[in-house]
Design a protein around this ligand. Structure first.
Ligand code: HEC
Length: 92
């Protein structure tokens, strides 16, 4: 009986953690909103929108701006934005 209680508690606590894990970072972030928010602090987003680049080129562009002073862009955000830009403004 005691063992059953322990097992049940562990299972319940595992399941109750799941929504927390799922709602973290990437899942809830809209890449477009993130791009608009992070990339227009220094210049207009049309700078990026006027380009069509491969994933490598977008990585270079985003990393270059990410490394600038006070860019306020994290590694994870950069990854999401690169994905978004490659899909939306990829080289045709
Ligand atoms: C900290 C300020 C800052 C942030 C944040 C920033 N940029 Fe920039 N960006 C610059 C500067 C400075 C230049 C180059 C100077 C110029 O040409 O006016 C530039 C230039 C660019 C260019 C022109 C092409 C090139 O490579 O020079 C593109 C495209 C660009 N940024 C895209 C982005 C994207 C996409 C983001 C979001 C991930 C972003 N920028 C965020 C400062 C920033």
């Amino acid at each position: 009986m005691k063992l059953f209680l322990i097992v049940a508690t562990v299972i319940v606590s595992l399941f109750s953690q799941l929504p927390i894990l799922q709602s973290s970072a990437a899942e809830t972030v809209d890449p477009k909103v993130l791009f608009e928010k992070k990339c227009k602090t220094c210049h207009s987003t049309s700078r990026a929108k006027s380009l069509n680049q491969t994933r490598e080129e977008w990585t270079k562009t985003v990393m270059k701006c990410k490394e600038r002073k006070n860019s306020n862009i994290t590694d994870e955000e950069a990854k999401i934005i690169i994905d978004y830009l490659t899909k939306t403004y990829g080289k045709k």
